[in-house]
Ligand binder design. Structure first.
Ligand code: NAD
Length: 241
């Protein structure tokens, strides 16, 4: 059996924190420190720090990693450009896995989206729809933003349209539409729509349980140990690059 990885978990009382605690044992992980709001973020005795909390915790998480010189796995989404910069700056000294989605299926969706956008070309209109539970705080989801970024790179456009209302006029062929639906207890659903003349391709991923994100994050935690400083994502962890 693998030696248990010693983990400090930030956001331990949250939905993702609880999912990680539930699967830790079976993934050879020992959660040595469970931190949540009101706790000082420190990680001295851990091998790796995992963060599933909220974006404004990014600076404290990076400082704790730098102070103890341990790698970070960051699953929190919705970072501002400044918070993202703090993570990029820490990744010059530490290996950091930052992923908007830790599920293997969603990472396959990322890959398939790239291929479909390349094959279908400019005559297909691009739209993304995501649905999450009513308690989710950021919109659109980090995963939808990653999908938009993949499409943007292929289409070479920066025109993202977040929803539509009123007399918006005809659709701009260069825009990428993003739509965030909220309700119930939906764990996470993402659809990428390629709408052409006379045909439409849709790629959909549905997560039914947070366990898939939790296991992916713990897989990333094992992977990041001993890596060179740098900013990695799940494609690196899964060997998809
Ligand atoms: P949640 O609201 O259930 O949990 C967040 C937890 O963070 C709460 O317990 C909260 O008290 C805690 N917290 C807030 N401020 C803190 C602080 N200063 N220090 C320590 N803890 C603090 O949310 P959730 O559904 O568990 O999601 C957490 C984050 O993970 C969100 O950003 C969400 O979008 C993201 N997420 C990512 C993935 C992925 O695969 N990358 C999957 C699901 C959710």
């Amino acid at each position: 059996m693998k030696k248990a990885l010693r983990v400090t978990l930030v956001g331990a009382a949250g939905r993702m924190g609880q999912a990680i605690i539930a699967v830790a044992n079976s993934e050879s992980v020992e959660i040595i420190s469970k931190l949540d709001q009101g706790d000082r973020i420190a990680s001295a005795a851990a091998d790796v720090l995992i963060d599933f909390s909220q974006p404004d915790v990014a600076n404290a998480v990076c400082d704790a990693g730098l102070k103890s010189n341990i790698p970070l796995v960051i699953g929190t989404t919705g970072h501002s450009p400044e918070q993202r910069k703090a993570i990029e700056s820490a990744s010059k000294k530490l290996p950091i896995v930052l992923a908007s989605n830790f599920s293997v299926g969603v990472n396959a969706l990322f890959w398939l989206t790239e291929q479909a956008a390349r094959i279908l070309g400019e005559n297909f209109d691009l739209e993304i729809a995501e649905m999450h539970h009513r308690l989710k705080k950021d919109a659109p989801s980090g995963t939808a933003k990653t999908l938009a970024e993949i499409l943007r790179r292929q289409r070479k456009t920066t025109r993202l349209r977040h929803g539509r209302e009123g007399m918006v006029g005809e659709r701009d062929p260069l825009e990428i539409g993003i739509h965030a639906i909220r309700g119930g207890d939906v764990v996470g659903e993402h659809t990428v729509i390629f709408a052409g003349s006379g045909e439409r391709l849709e790629l959909t991923h549905r997560a039914a349980s947070r366990e898939t994100f939790a296991r992916g994050a713990l897989c990333a935690a094992h992977w990041v140990i001993g890596k060179e400083p740098g900013l990695y994502d799940m494609r690196n962890v899964l060997g998809l690059t």
